[in-house]
Design a protein around this ligand. Structure first.
Ligand code: TXA
Ligand code: MG
Length: 349
């Protein structure tokens, strides 16, 4: 299949390109597009066959449900029922934006979109290309992250090309995404509501709007006894090809330990990568050292996380040592993804 690739400027959106993409989705095709979190792989959410194509293109297990993206609040009631007041309160505060809500689905949403579940994940993105595309596609786009299953999520159109060129109809290149990690997910079908995936909208931010919010116990630990509540969270995804080890402790001790470990690995003939920060990058003595961002502004770390993991794939490193981060604010989403990418391999020093 030939994949059409079109650049779109977010500040001056070419309506013809949006129409072309919308027509492809209406006809049951697949279009990758930018959102403020990561690139999504979009299909008509109300068309089972189209949703099925997403699973095939990504190589995604079919029990892993998709997020339905909407552009207007009134469309919520077409796909969700028994909507609690908390959903409207959260929508008012955080939509459009990086928050996904789990609600009971209506019969309009096929089970092929929800992985067989009677609930549906819904989000209203803020990226203008995304919202215009949703409107041009009939209002409901099912979109997982536009990576092949298991790889880090795409934050650039080039990442989508790497994974999916030749297997999908179109890629809209809207430049680098803003946030860099996927949306926060909150399940509103349980009491109290539960965070299933941390993101830029934190539990504390949601609690300020709707009161008590709980958190899936599996988010930050490797726990054989509990299955993650979001089906997709059980897979070792976001993962680079190399072995990834997180090193946690006092900054000076971490730097010292990573230097020792890296030198040992190099001696064993391994190609080593180090995930450092602007504050520490000059302190590492061997290996391919990359700064992921600055600790003074953790948003910069989220922004570069997946790109750096992909770069290490290109560099063909065998082992990556990464600094660990505080789990406050967006740091929780960063550590949740890093822990998954590392298969929970964390060294406390
Ligand atoms: O930021 C994002 O959310 C991006 C962009 C493209 O919008 N999308 C995204 O989709 O991250 P995906 O498919 O990579 O992740 C969706 C997650 C999975 O972990 C899935 O299991 C969970 O949402 N999920 C979807 N529907 C669910 C449901 N009904 N109940 C529980 N978890 C659900
Ligand atoms: Mg994903």
């Amino acid at each position: 299949m030939k994949t059409i690739i079109k650049k779109v400027d977010q500040t001056f959106i070419d309506e013809n390109i949006i129409k072309e993409a919308g027509d492809i989705i209406k006809a049951g095709g697949l279009v990758a597009f930018p959102t403020e979190t990561v690139y999504g792989l979009g299909a008509d959410a109300l068309n089972t066959k189209a949703a099925k194509k997403i699973y095939e293109a990504k190589g995604r297990p079919s029990d892993n449900p998709l997020i339905v993206h909407i552009a207007k609040l009134e469309d919520l009631e077409t796909i969700a029922k028994d909507i609690p007041k908390t959903a409207y309160l959260l929508a008012e505060k955080f939509w459009p934006g990086p928050l996904t809500m789990i609600l009971n689905k209506t019969n309009n949403v096929p089970l092929g979109t929800t992985g067989g579940l009677e609930t549906v994940a819904i989000r209203m993105p803020s990226n203008k290309i995304a919202t215009q595309l949703i409107n041009a596609s009939g209002g409901f786009i099912a979109a997982p992250s536009a990576n092949t299953s298991g790889r880090p999520s795409p934050t650039l159109a080039a990442h989508v090309e790497e994974d999916l060129k030749g297997t999908i109809d179109m890629i809209i290149d809207g430049g680098m995404v803003d946030i860099g990690v996927e949306s926060s997910i909150i399940d509103l079908t349980v009491t109290p509501p539960m965070v299933l995936r941390p993101g830029a909208i934190t539990k504390t931010m949601m609690e300020a709007v709707i009161g008590e919010v709980s958190e899936d116990v599996t988010l930050m630990k490797d726990d054989d006894k509990h299955r993650p509540k979001a089906p997709g969270m059980k897979y070792r995804h976001y993962a680079p090809k190399a072995e990834l080890i997180l090193v946690e402790g006092e900054m000076e001790t971490v730097i010292k330990n990573i230097n020792v470990l890296s030198k040992e690995a190099v001696k064993e003939g391994k190609k080593v990568g180090v995930i450092a920060t602007g504050e520490s990058r000059d302190r590492y003595e061997v290996g391919e050292v990359k700064s992921i961002g600055t600790r003074a502004k953790e948003e910069t770390i989220a922004h570069h996380l997946y790109q750096i993991l992909r770069e290490f794939d290109d560099d063909k490193v065998d082992i990556i040592y990464s600094e660990a981060f505080e789990t406050k604010g967006i740091g929780k989403a960063i550590m949740n993804r890093l822990l998954k990418a590392a298969g929970h391999h964390i060294l406390k020093v």
